[in-house]
Write a protein that binds this ligand. Sequence first.
Ligand code: ATP
Ligand code: MG
Length: 187
Amino acid sequence: MESPKPAKPYAKPSGKRRGLLLVYTGEGKGKSTAAFGLALRAHGRGLKVRIFQFIKHQGARFGEHRALSQLGIPLEGLGDGFTWRSRDLNRSARMAQEGWERAKSTLLSGDWDLVVLDEATYPLRYGWIDLSEFLEVLRSRPAHVHVVVTGRGAPEALLELADTVTEMRKVKHAFEQGVPAQKGIEH
Ligand code: ATP
Ligand code: MG
């Protein structure tokens, strides 16, 4: 029996390899962990990897922070850990802007092969980081630099600019069955 043809056949590789913009978005679990998985893969191939987290605070010691620091992959928390629950939204906004300045110079320096901007969609949605500036920096980064952006509700213009977009769809989540967040699975 003939196997069904894919609706949209993949393009035959014809272009050159280059730095990619990958976006992991959607409501399902797995966006940040997919980014860390890619960081692990890239590190294993000798790529220089650096991770920025826009929501987590600098002192966070989740499982990924422990493992990545053992591997010598720098991970920086740029937020105060609270965002919309924060008592001081001006402070959160200021921290996001300062963090973005650091991430921006890292992206533009070309010294890092893979830069992860974890949960960057939130400061973009709140207007703490200007979307058009964010996109401009991504467009003008050195050609070899891979970038991963994670977070729910990625802006349409970011999806358009991206090379690879994956939407995590929630089918089920243990939280809905009353299971609280667990060490090693959620943090
Ligand atoms: P992970 O860090 O596990 O890859 P994520 O990055 O896709 O998750 P976020 O939207 O950043 O998810 O949310 C972070 C936390 O919320 C994680 O602890 C995750 O388990 C939990 N979470 C993710 N999706 C859901 C959901 N649909 N319902 C409840 N909790 C969720
Ligand atoms: Mg996440």
